[in-house]
Design a protein around this ligand. Structure first.
Ligand code: XLS
Ligand code: NI
Ligand code: NI
Length: 436
């Protein structure tokens, strides 16, 4: 097989002074930062759907991507060839993980049985390539949103036959993920929501979604898959409203339907901003519930109100993400999956390298900066101090549940107006800038 990227060398770390665009300035895979190799902190993943399958079309025009290795057909051979090229890409880039949907790696065929066979045939290649290269599957998922049958939802479709089809697809995708040693499995419900409430029984749809996920848990146990399930929140797009709208809504859903112990969250930056939150907010909400699982690393555009899935290059953003991640103890099964695509104008294969290198370097800097902030201790010290009235006396009694309203009334009557300290936001923003 001819190489897909003959002119591109293996991307090496050359340090911040290098002028070579095809090198890392900050990501040095085996360098130890805060007690761990950078590759083990960051656990980068390539998103198969964007990197291997996105033609860069938009609602106003067809694809622009030039991918000389792809013959443009839906044949199994083309799919298998693409799979090999994905591994060539990961090897040159030095990314350790990848993520896929069933229908990105293999074609959807005329029948479910044929689609399953096609998926097996591509999984043969994925398995062989994983063994050859040591690359690993971060998570797998089923595409329950592209085919016309899912236009009114999958697990929340008003049609039971569609629910069954979706279940069959997840069953297979889960089995293939398990076969490939996937470290997790993701549910993103792009069509699990509604376009209008005039035709929707919201309660019934949410009940169905919960049933579906319980069945998935049962099947996971049946086949012995040990990795976590992730739910990926997103408020809208493609549906007008999606049930998994943000981290808090997902956690509430999981608790309501008794699914908490089986799920963590896969948080995506652009979804957080679509929900009107910062990524850090979503991470802190998930971490507080012990449900911070994995990250879809990308970014949106402030001037555009949809999921633009751009590669993250903003050091403030990566610093915040890495700070929350380090404070939460880092990844276990999760990683930083680049759920991002090159711009439509960036259609050459080499652009895929520039994009990933930029994202990896941005996160490497975020990791180093966050580590420096933590080691410095002033930020954390300030926050500790800010809550210190809860460390002893009446505050400690409140936290321990030793007092009620009557005792607190007596305390307030006796002590009068409390002495409140400044929040010092500007001071802290300046402090963070010392590190960036
Ligand atoms: C779409 C989602 C999707 C999931 C996987 O917006 O981000 O790509 O990550 O189904
Ligand atoms: Ni995503
Ligand atoms: Ni997305």
């Amino acid at each position: 097989m001819a190489e897909a990227f003959p002119d591109i060398p293996k991307i090496a770390y050359e340090g911040p002074k290098s002028k070579n665009p095809l090198s890392f300035k900050h990501f040095n895979a085996d360098e130890v930062v805060a007690g761990k190799k950078m590759r083990d902190h960051l656990r980068f993943g390539v998103a198969y759907w964007h990197t291997m399958r996105n033609t860069l079309s938009d609602p106003f025009g067809g694809g622009t991507a030039v991918r000389p290795w792809d013959d443009g057909t839906n044949s199994i051979e083309n799919a298998q060839n693409r799979a090999r090229i994905c591994f060539e890409f990961m090897e040159k880039l030095g990314v350790d993980y990848y993520c896929f949907h069933d229908r990105d790696v293999a074609p959807e065929c005329a029948t479910l049985a044929e689609s399953n066979k096609a998926l097996d045939a591509v999984a043969d290649v994925l398995e062989a390539e994983q063994q050859r290269t040591g690359k690993k599957l971060l998570w797998g998922t089923a595409c329950l949103f592209a085919h016309a049958r899912y236009c009114q939802g999958a697990a929340t479709s008003p049609n039971a036959g569609v629910f069954a089809y979706a279940a069959a697809q997840v069953k297979k995708a889960l089995e293939v993920t398990h076969r490939l040693g996937g470290e997790g499995y993701t549910f993103w419900g792009g069509r699990e929501g509604y376009a209008t409430l005039w035709n929707t029984n919201l309660k019934r749809e949410m009940d169905h979604l919960a049933k579906f996920l319980h069945m998935a848990v049962a099947h996971k146990k049946a086949i012995g898959f040990k990795g976590p399930f992730y739910i990926e929140p997103k408020p809208r797009e493609p549906s007008t409203h999606q049930y998994d709208s943000d981290a808090a809504a997902c956690l509430n859903f999981l608790r309501q339907y008794d699914l908490m112990e089986h799920f963590k969250l896969n948080l995506e930056t652009n979804h957080a901003t679509l929900a009107g939150h910062s990524m850090r907010h979503e991470m802190e909400v998930a971490a507080a519930a012990g449900a911070l699982g994995s990250i879809d690393a990308n970014t949106g555009d402030e001037l555009i109100g949809w999921d633009t899935d751009q590669f993250p290059t903003n050091i403030y953003l990566t610093t915040q993400i890495m700070l929350s991640l380090l404070n939460a103890g880092g990844f276990t099964t999760g990683g930083l999956n680049f759920d991002a695509k090159v711009r439509r104008e960036s259609f050459e294969p080499v652009d895929l390298f520039h994009a990933h290198i930029g994202g990896m370097d941005a996160f490497a800097r975020g990791l180093k900066i966050a580590t420096a902030i933590i080691e410095d201790g002033r930020l954390d010290g300030f926050i500790k101090q800010r809550y210190s009235t809860f460390d002893s006396g009446i505050g400690a009694q409140i936290e321990k549940g030793e007092v009620g309203f009557a005792e607190l009334e007596a305390y307030a009557l006796k002590n009068g107006e409390p002495m409140l300290g400044s929040g010092r936001q500007e001071f802290l923003e300046n402090l963070i800038n010392e590190f960036i």
